[in-house]
Design a protein. Sequence first.
Lengths: 352, 303
Amino acid sequence: MAVTDPISEGRLQAPFGQTILRVIATFGSIAVTMLGLLFVTFVIGRIMPIDPVLAIVGERAPQATYDAVYFDLGLDKPVIVQFGYYIWDVLQGDFGDSLLNARPVSEDIARVFPATLELATLGILFGILIGTPLGVLSAVHQGSWIDQIVRFVALIGYSMPIFWLGLMGLLIFYGLLGWVGGPGRLDIFFEDIVPTRTGMILIDSAISGHWDVFRNAFSHIILPASLLGYYSLAYISRMTRSFMLEQLSSEYILTARVKGLSERQVIWGHAFKNIRVQLVTVMALSYANLLEGSVLTEIIFSWPGIGSYVTTALLSADMNAVLGGTVVIGLIFVCLNVLSDLLYRIFDPRSK
Amino acid sequence: MSEQTLLNWLLTDEPTSRRHARLTRFYQGWLALRANTLAMLGLSILIVLTLMAILAPVLAPHDPFVQNLGNRLQPLGSTDHLLGTDSLGRDILSRLIYGSRITLYIVALVALIAPIAGLLVGTVSGYAGGWVDVILMRITDVFLAFPRLVLALAFVAVLGAGIENAVIAISLTAWPPYARIARAETLTIRSSDYISAIRLQGAKPLRIITKHIWPLCMSSLIVRVTLDMAGIILAAAGLGFLGLGAQPPSPEWGAMISEGRRFILDSWWVATIPGLAIFTVSLAFNLLGDGLRDVLDPKSRGQ
């Protein structure tokens, strides 16, 4: 992860000056990581075999036009200056124009991102709401058949190609059983009814009171979201299990049992209470991973999110769009990592 | 040497030479692993896969590339085509068998490149310390900060589609965790007494790193590699599925799924069967990896 282990850095009652220093160091390390991330995408953009000028002016442009665009793109400047321009552009949210539709990439990303956000959020909810209790159950009944089943379910989640699972889901629940909607976000005759506000159809349709649209959107999102959620479920349940096992074997739990507390109180009131911070960290991490897992899922389900956007751009060699999407996903990834780390530091007294 | 004396020799507590000690440890590890049914299941699947790849020309009933449009999309269990045929009339079973070669090829290459790169970076970083450590670990962090598949996508976009480029892209995204592990191991080993003793004898850093630190990093790296293999297979299949890995008519499993995707509702087996193959192999690596971790990683033993 991007940030150093909070425990190894933890000190007892750091004085105020040190706290400031640590905050500065944390932000410094975030900044350096992000700078490195931009450097990688910059290098990728530089070494690609496509001439960016030719991609804009076309092959038959006269030399004067070519030169004008060449200077316009700043390609005559030293590489380090170009990198500076690049950072400046990205900081302003400018990823260049898409070669396909000549619109700014940032606008495109802003348009497709809510779809991914909606899918990933529903997915993580699914993962948390089912994965956490499963993990607790598995730890409490360590070694029993319940434990075996939960671990097996997680293991399968780790081993299954996500795009294949999506296909199988479509085949069974849409093709054979007809329980859910097919690929896409809505059936064709429900499209363009609801005015776009947040870009998330479930929320937009609920706000404007179009419950028929809401139901249709729900029937479309439920399958990809739950399959995506299955992956975070695998991770969350595994981590919950090992956190719980650690707590359940400690002495204060023994004390609580000796005192005669009910098993329910021991598990939820004591052991689970102590793993909440660690769990939040895990959840933030798996949320970040979901954004990535959504790339393949979106393609299977024709979901118009950032994953579909990047892969479509990739197949048509639209590098501005690819790199823009990569930067956005990378930045969100870093932010979630940092956030999970900060949550850990703020809420876990042991790390102070 | 009779069998009993060989066993005694292998199980002795007082090895007589370095090689003897290594062999006894190896044998005891094997005994522990052998007791783990699931790990053995994983291992057998992988052995079968390897045999399948080696013996592909013998095992495959048909040529995996020969098209027969009059015979397209035959269902499972049809005569002469046990697993049916795809949209170009090619025998799916034969393609599956030949596809195991590609899977093993990718896995083997990534399993060589990524851990070695990580080992180099990690041990140098941990042993040298100071600003070398800071710079190398920052670079590692940057690569860790990228979501793996997306970074691999961007790399393949630049390098061009193909198996070799997919291997490079996956390796580029896979090395940072190894560097982290190797660095952590190096840091604990570096300050131990026997390293000081070797240094007093006049050993140079290169010798210390290659002869005394690398061997001790091995077991944790092996565990990590085995557990990573599943992810690597899934990533390679994902790239193949997107059309960025192996190119047609190559019988790569991910690409086969992508091909069968168009007929999923009518001819479900075309996409289903390669997916089952990917799932089985990555499950096998996960099972074996879990077992190896129990044997090789004493820290997680007891849990």
